[in-house]
Design a protein around this ligand. Structure first.
Ligand code: CO
Length: 134
């Protein structure tokens, strides 16, 4: 059901410093910051030849990334994103298999303008999983 790895997301305590590090130290193609108010994050995408890295920084009062950074002050891996052809078919399959879909189960529009869903980390070996319809 899942296809390509779309991105790996890393929560960072300093978005400018992390962007500069990927650009200058790692020599990566680093995009511009984008605010995603619906998700409570500012994101920077780093384009690698085979996938992307998504740097996440808190936006707004109740950002889920702030809680993550409170627990992991130096930052850390936050989620992986897999591509699916049809997010509703994928969701219904996962629910039938007993997985928990976060946020009421209705897809939101993600950072690429495509529908996304998140799956409970406790059902996936402690790893938060994002699905994106492509
Ligand atoms: Co993501």
């Amino acid at each position: 059901m899942i296809g390509r790895l779309n991105h790996v997301a890393i929560a960072v305590p300093d978005l400018d410093a992390a962007s500069a590090q990927y650009r200058t130290m790692l020599g990566a193609d680093v995009g511009a910051p984008q605010d995603e108010p619906d998700h409570g994050v500012t994101v920077v995408f780093i384009n690698l030849p085979n996938t992307k890295i998504e740097l996440l920084y808190p936006l707004g009062e109740a950002s889920p990334i702030q809680a993550f950074l409170d627990k992991n002050p130096s930052g850390g891996m936050h989620h992986v994103c897999y591509e699916v052809d049809d997010i509703i078919v994928a969701r219904d399959h996962l629910l039938a298999e007993g997985a928990r879909v976060l946020g009421g189960g209705e897809p939101k529009i993600g950072a690429h303008g495509k529908p996304v869903l998140f799956l409970h980390p406790k059902d996936f070996n402690g790893c938060l999983v994002e699905l994106e319809q492509v």
